[in-house]
Unconditional design. Structure first.
Length: 187
């Protein structure tokens, strides 16, 4: 008879997510995960297969936590102003208690840029393609913009979002606000 789990999977995945968010994948050891999650390696392997499987679950957890940001961006109808608010809301998430600076997805995107890990790259690609798709929808609300301009601006905003994620790790609030204002002067 299988033993009943003595922990809540969602809670331990969230703890792992925060640890990966803070340290990155490579730097996070199994010992660190055991300590942070409050469960042993056997339980980690039993529930998630390995560190990689746990990391994939952590990315899903992060996406779920940021889902409302994307939903708000998608449902609002103010075009570029919606994108700007999304950027400000993204910064605000980093300032919440218990959250780490930067964006787990951007941090992972950077960490795995030279890896051949197709599962992680697929997760990152889906996330970034979804973001770009929403930016294109919002930018297209301005009838004065042709398709080529919309695409260039969407690419610019995706790169600016990566830059913002990096900036929140090291820059102060005023520098971040100045950066945001300059981004949207160019749109």
């Amino acid at each position: 008879m299988a033993r009943k789990k003595q922990y809540n999977e969602d809670e331990v995945v969230e703890k792992a997510m925060r640890l990966f968010w803070k340290n990155g994948y490579e730097t996070t050891s199994m010992q660190m995960l055991e300590k942070e999650m409050g469960i042993n390696k056997f339980s980690i392997y039993s529930s998630f297969g390995n560190k990689h499987g746990l990391f994939l679950e952590s990315i899903k957890c992060y996406k779920e936590k940021t889902k409302s940001l994307f939903e708000n961006l998608r449902k609002n109808t103010n075009g570029v102003e919606d994108i700007k608010q999304f950027f400000y809301d993204s910064v605000a998430i980093n300032q919440q208690e218990g959250n780490h600076k930067g964006c787990l997805v951007t941090n992972t995107y950077n960490e795995f840029a030279d890896h051949d890990d197709l599962m992680i790259k697929e997760q990152m690609t889906v996330f970034m393609d979804t973001l770009k798709e929403i930016f294109i929808e919002k930018l297209s609300m301005d009838a004065s913009k042709d398709e080529a301009t919309v695409l260039k601006q969407a690419n610019y905003l995706v790169l600016a979002k990566h830059g913002l994620a990096a900036a929140t790790r090291v820059n102060n609030q005023q520098e971040i606000e100045d950066y945001l204002e300059m981004i949207f002067k160019n749109i």
